[in-house]
Design a protein around this ligand. Structure first.
Ligand code: T3D
Length: 263
């Protein structure tokens, strides 16, 4: 039986998701995108999972859309790219952004096209020094999708975003970190320990508060200062009633480490 294009396992409170079509650099065909949508939906609902770890098998993170599937000259190709993007990629971006727990992305190699932008949709992106980011779309006559035109200006400012999207040059991971596109880089040999370690740590933290922090950060670019202050007050009201807050304060006063349950 063919191996699944998405590998999944949950342990120590972390859902480990691996893009698994290494022979085509983990590029996405339809079934793979739909399978990732299904796994993300399951993970979002599973209270036993308190952090998500996303990476790629082999030497790449993901080369984006499988161009053999998309090519018009090969069979039917993809008739309606707009519908294709709406049904396959947009739900993936929204699932990652709305995930009520942190998502750590370990970029193990090249991340191109939709693959690059899926990484940028994650909360914390750690890349191997050997990895790179490539807005490959323009090289084949397409526009950035999968949230690229939303994430890039917000992460690196409009001047860098324009150059990345229009030139389609390969951006080495170290430069991506310098620009603020990603959190940090580390040697490939340390990527698993660093990024999975971060996910394991997050899985022990106050998941409910982490989810509220994600909501606050997501709302921030659209809010005035007054609106954001109000939203912070509202979220603090909710967080202040959580079991994890009670435990956090109790542990502090008792001079011990807290045991958060995510509630
Ligand atoms: O609805 C829609 O379809 C529109 C949505 C679009 C979303 C998008 O993501 S558009 C952008 C699609 N992606 C690309 O244009 C990137 C294409 N790939 C590359 O530019 C290069 O492969 C890389 C820069 C990513 C890596 O280069 P390199 O030299 O390390 O590897 P390679 O030799 O080019 O690739 C290795 C193999 O993977 C090769 O196959 P082979 O020769 O060993 O049999 C290559 O054909 C295959 N591969 C790489 N990328 C893709 C791919 N096969 C299918 N689709 C790919 N995207």
């Amino acid at each position: 039986m063919a191996e699944s294009s998405i590998l999944f396992e949950a342990r120590q409170g972390v859902a480990r998701i691996t893009l698994n079509r290494p022979e085509v650099l983990n590029s996405f065909n339809g079934p793979m995108a739909l399978e990732l949508q299904r796994v993300l939906a399951d993970v979002a609902r599973d209270d036993g999972v308190r952090a998500v770890y996303l990476t790629g098998a082999g030497r790449a993170f993901s080369a984006g859309q499988d161009l053999a599937e998309a090519a018009p000259q090969m069979g039917a190709g993809i008739g309606d790219f707009a519908a294709h993007v709406r049904t396959l990629y947009n739900p993936l971006v929204l699932a990652l952004r709305r995930m009520p727990k942190p998502v750590v992305c370990a970029v193990n190699g090249v991340a191109a096209g939709a693959g690059a932008n899926l990484a940028l949709a994650c909360d914390i992106v750690i890349a191997a020094e050997e990895a790179s980011f490539l807005q490959a779309f323009v090289r084949i006559g397409l526009v950035p999708d999968t949230g690229g035109t939303w994430f890039l200006p917000r992460l690196v400012g409009s001047a860098q975003a324009a150059a990345l999207a229009l030139l389609g040059e390969k951006l080495p991971a170290a430069r991506a970190a310098e620009l603020g596109l990603i959190y940090k880089v580390c040697p490939l040999a340390e990527l698993e320990a660093t990024a999975f370690g971060a996910a394991k740590h997050l899985a022990t933290q106050p998941t409910f508060a982490l989810s509220l922090i994600k909501q606050l950060l997501a709302a921030s670019p659209h809010n005035s200062l007054e609106q954001q202050l109000e939203m912070e007050a509202e979220c603090q009201g909710i967080a202040g009633r959580s079991a994890d807050y009670a435990e956090g304060v109790k542990a502090f006063l008792e001079k011990r480490q807290p045991t958060f349950t995510g509630r």
